[in-house]
Design a protein around this ligand. Structure first.
Ligand SMILES: Cc1cc2nc3c(=O)[nH]c(=O)nc-3n(C[C@H](O)[C@H](O)[C@H](O)COP(=O)(O)OP(=O)(O)OC[C@H]3O[C@@H](n4cnc5c(N)ncnc54)[C@H](O)[C@@H]3O)c2cc1C
Length: 419
């Protein structure tokens, strides 16, 4: 059986970072990657442009059942350190309102730079080889002293240390199908139930059939079934047939998924004009009616919203598009204003892991050392990236999490041996 110092399981964002840092610090490293290529998911990030970090950084950008953990980690290796790290291997940063992309605007440049560094450092890479089982060597009475046996689809290896970088469950087409949870569980770790994050919502709403393709600048408020506000966000809402998408929806989706996993209902309130008050809208409608009461209700809202959205707002208010504006009673006007400022819609379902960009939940961080990413339960086992119970908001934070944890684990694993 081959024996090596460190085996990195998973050659995605955090695994590549970890392998490079471990090798730079003198360890011999082998990467096992399930897919035919390293970093397959990275190619798809940021719509092919790779939003690899963000200059706006604070504790609220990261979510976990153990909320202090992510920020303590990111404070050790954050945005500026990541920008400098990537600069060293050839990636110049382009700053777009704080969102950081490679100057080439190509995710492929980031993957190729990481691959080049892996080649330059002569790190051994095995693609199309996946871990199937991890056994502490003392349990099997194999190998000398501490360490792990890793059984793959092709061979078995003995490693002094393992860096587990298999990702979460989001976008399994890119290789991350949740294998890491079973490994971590078999080694005694607690798993916070993984649910999809940064994804769209499927709605229980008859009007959804009308709005496919509409984009509205608005706010979404997500409430639990008791009416408590769980999360809110503002930006471009993208209406899709039978659902709603766009960055604000992505931001609230992990809370909806968490409630759904508890078999609880959630509902959304959509504000189609967040920048003005109800009173302002009521006054504006009155002004328009006084100016031209003969125009239709559809025309009354023209210039305020996209056409399809006008149809939705009127339908939700029980009004007909062709009716004259002057027929709008005081009472109906209030209903219309409420639909504009607070359209209530029941969420039927959260889109699946196949469509999600991240996973909320994962290996409990209370069992992980925040300075090294080493398991507190299994010496010599390090955990990185999305596999851990940390999810970033949309905007480069999930990759920042991958760089932070990969960096810390890589360096620490190359250090002094586990006693
Ligand atoms: C479409 C899309 C766009 C995104 N855009 C952005 C963005 O712009 N900015 C941002 O910050 N985040 C973005 N993300 C999220 C980000 O890509 C992930 O959070 C990040 O890649 C996670 O890194 P990771 O190393 O934990 O896991 P991954 O990058 O998922 O890597 C895990 C690797 O482990 C391998 N693997 C799994 N099981 C095994 C096994 N048993 N043996 C061997 N190998 C295994 C997989 O094949 C995979 O290569 C996006 C995600 C998606 C899906």
């Amino acid at each position: 059986m081959r024996s090596t110092e460190i085996v990195v399981i998973g050659g995605g964002a955090s695994g590549m970072m970890a392998a490079i840092e471990a090798k730079r610090h003198g360890a011999s490293v082998m990467i096992l990657e399930k897919k035919p290529k390293l970093g397959k998911k990275l190619f798809a990030t940021g719509n092919g442009k790779c939003n690899y970090t963000n200059r706006v950084q604070n504790a609220e950008c990261y979510r976990s059942e153990n909320p202090a953990f992510p920020w303590q980690a990111v404070s050790q290796f954050g945005c500026e350190e990541s920008i400098a790290w990537f600069h060293k291997i050839g990636i110049l940063a382009r700053d777009r309102d704080g969102y950081i992309y490679p100057a080439s605007c190509q995710a492929a440049s980031v993957v190729r730079a990481l691959e080049r560094e892996i080649r330059r450092l002569q790190i051994e890479v095995h693609t199309e080889e996946w871990a199937e089982e991890i056994i502490p060597s003392e349990r099997k009475k194999i190998g000398a002293g501490r360490g792990y046996m890793i059984r793959t689809n092709r061979a078995s290896y003995l490693a002094r240390k393992i860096i587990l970088s298999t990702g979460g469950k989001a976008s399994p087409v890119h290789g991350s199908s949740g294998d890491g949870y079973s490994f971590a569980k078999s080694l005694g770790h607690q798993i916070i139930q993984p649910v999809p994050a940064l994804t769209s919502l499927i709605l229980d709403e008859t009007c959804a059939a009308l709005w496919g393709g509409v984009r509205v600048q608005g706010s979404v408020f997500l409430y639990d079934e008791a009416g408590e506000l769980l999360c809110q966000d503002t930006g471009e809402l993208q209406m899709v047939s039978h659902g709603i998408s766009g960055i604000p929806v992505f931001q609230v989706s992990r809370f909806a998924a968490r409630e759904a996993a508890r078999k609880r209902n959630v509902f959304l309130v959509v504000d189609s004009m967040p920048e003005v008050s109800e009173a302002w809208i009521a006054q504006e409608l009155q002004r328009r009616i006084t100016y031209d009461g003969e125009q239709s209700l559809g025309d009354l809202l023209e210039g305020m919203f996209p056409d399809k959205w006008i149809g939705v707002l009127l339908k939700k208010s029980g009004l007909l598009i062709k009716h004259p504006a002057k027929s709008l009673s005081q009472e109906k006007r209030s209903v219309l204003v409420s639909s504009i400022k607070g359209m209530r819609i029941k969420v039927k379902q959260v889109s699946s892991f196949e469509k999600a960009q991240a996973t909320a939940g994962g290996v409990s961080t209370s069992e992980v050392d925040v300075s090294t990413m080493e398991s507190k339960l299994c010496r010599g086992l390090y955990l990185t990236g999305e596999l851990l119970d940390v999810d970033g908001i949309c905007g480069g934070y999930n990759l920042q999490w991958a760089w932070t944890t990969g960096y810390l684990a890589g360096r620490a694993s190359a250090g002094k041996d586990a006693e």
